[in-house]
Design a protein around this ligand. Sequence first.
Ligand SMILES: Nc1ncnc2c1ncn2[C@@H]1O[C@H](COP(=O)(O)OP(=O)(O)OP(=O)(O)O)[C@@H](O)[C@H]1O
Length: 319
Amino acid sequence: MSDPSTIVSSVPAVRFDAIVKRYGARAVVDGVSLDIAQGEFFALLGANGAGKTTLISMLAGLTRASAGRVQVLGRDVALDPIATRRLLGVVPQELVFDPFFTVRETLRLQSGYFGLDRNDDWIDALLHKLGLTSQAEQNMRQLSGGMKRRVMVAQALVHKPPVIVLDEPTAGVDVELRQSLWQFITELNRQGHTVLLTTHYLEEAEALCSRIGMLKLGQLVALDSTTALLSRFASTQMLFRLQAGRLPPELASRCKPDAGRLGCTVRDAAEVEQILGALRTEGCVVDELEVRRADLEDAFMQIMGRDARQAQGATKEAR
Ligand SMILES: Nc1ncnc2c1ncn2[C@@H]1O[C@H](COP(=O)(O)OP(=O)(O)OP(=O)(O)O)[C@@H](O)[C@H]1O
């Protein structure tokens, strides 16, 4: 089994090098270069059809790039498909399973593909961590959609891969599994496993991932740490209503009407205090005060809304 701690850390866990994927004349991935370092928890975000699954399929060796190279821990996916497949644990977006096997048989079979014939201790641990212990002897076809997804996750992890790839793992999954799944994946990440995640749940990406790449029409339009993206593209809003008094002139130009309230952009709590002080001095009475923290969704909407070429410039800046 691959122990992530034995792998040389300067080699990127995943390298996409000038990747192009064409279907006919159309490039659905259009010149993506991206390194994901070992031990990172990385999110690849983008609207439907942006090219996320296509990139992951090339990483997993399921689709060939039209141009460029994909590497896993320094090994080329096209030249060394078996070795790279062993280094990866891919949880696909689709539920792919054999309906006639039980959950345990499915996991034993998957272990067998990796030459692991005595893997029951780890299989039991996976079943436990993913809340599947009581379903272990059930046939796959008897499971609910969410339970099948749990098995997909367990299946990807039977060989303890150093690089874990999750393509929308929480789509259609209940809150309990989301929490237990993220707890488990975070634990694996802390042990040194690299995690590459695609999701449409931006709050999950914001909470879990230290770095984020955003794809738009097959191009990488942003690549930076989560903190940097938030501070560069998202702003905190202070929203309030005036019960009495009028806005002082220095605030009149800063505060804009926002659904029956007044809203202005602030950098931090000190600025909120400063504005409240100015309002008090002017004799204003404030009610319904809300400070809306900037989130990844704000950053995402701004980046996706910009002109693609301008955004590409921002990506280069970010590197
Ligand atoms: N086999 C194929 N033949 C032709 N076009 C394809 C094929 N596979 C994918 N595409 C196209 O490539 C584009 C990127 O698809 P992809 O599934 O990678 O997007 P995605 O970012 O994963 O989207 P989603 O968030 O919906 O999963 C889409 O326009 C899709 O229709």
